[in-house]
Design a protein around this ligand. Sequence first.
Ligand SMILES: Nc1ncnc2c1ncn2[C@@H]1O[C@H](COP(=O)(O)OP(=O)(O)OP(=O)(O)O)[C@@H](O)[C@H]1O
Length: 258
Amino acid sequence: MSEPLLKLEYVNKTFQSSKGAVQALHNIQLHVKEGEFITVIGPSGCGKSTLLKIIAGLDVQHTGEVRLGGQVIQGPGIDKGFIFQEPRLFPWLTVEKNIAADLSLRDPEVRKKVDELIELVRLDGFQKSFPRELSGGMAQRVAIARALLRNPKVLLLDEPFGALDAFTRTHMQEVLIDIWQKNKTTMIFVTHDIDEAIYLANRVVILKPRPGAIRNIVPIDLPIPRKKTTTSFQELRLKVLNEFEKIEELELIDSSGI
Ligand SMILES: Nc1ncnc2c1ncn2[C@@H]1O[C@H](COP(=O)(O)OP(=O)(O)OP(=O)(O)O)[C@@H](O)[C@H]1O
């Protein structure tokens, strides 16, 4: 079997806060294959964002080892694309210039790649538009295209559709699956939404809080395109919900001191 693209081995992360030490992550062990789509879900404060920041190299103050393509992650870099909840575009630049960012559109290779990405994220006709002229979903698609321009080994998405209305969110999920199928980029996607987690993933990683740890990993073997109304989808939904209930029960036992 080929080596996983991304390997987390016994990752622990503790924050020092005014209330003392907070263990955000405990012994996280996760292997991700190239081209996999992983979603990460769990209650608030279970360490989802911390995990993503560690993979992004934005937080290297942890123990354990994180390797991407065999190399220990020592900081941020273009091999790790990051998409936030808000698109973080440059308001004074057009769509195509936002995607190119610090690269020149006069470079024919950049021009070609930007044009391909504009088509991939379905923004044909909006090349010269400014961010203020775009909807939330369109702006987020620009952010995705910008991240993909650098051919990252992994794309890390921290609740990228959290601020969108339900209709746009569903559309964006379809667009992202399409991008993933065409581009084959490895994706790690954090969400609070169980349906979204199942709809997108090859595997759903369920975290539990205090300390943040992997509770379970649920493989999703549904064919694509998926439909949220099918029985097999609903069965997986119940399975994930069940895990959440178990987490809640553990939390109640914890807080009652039993
Ligand atoms: N900079 C920090 N200083 C101190 N504690 C922190 C810091 N960042 C996160 N934490 C704590 O670490 C734990 C995990 O936080 P994290 O933001 O990763 O959780 P999350 O699952 O992403 O939460 P949410 O779903 O609410 O965004 C929480 O208890 C949080 O309070």
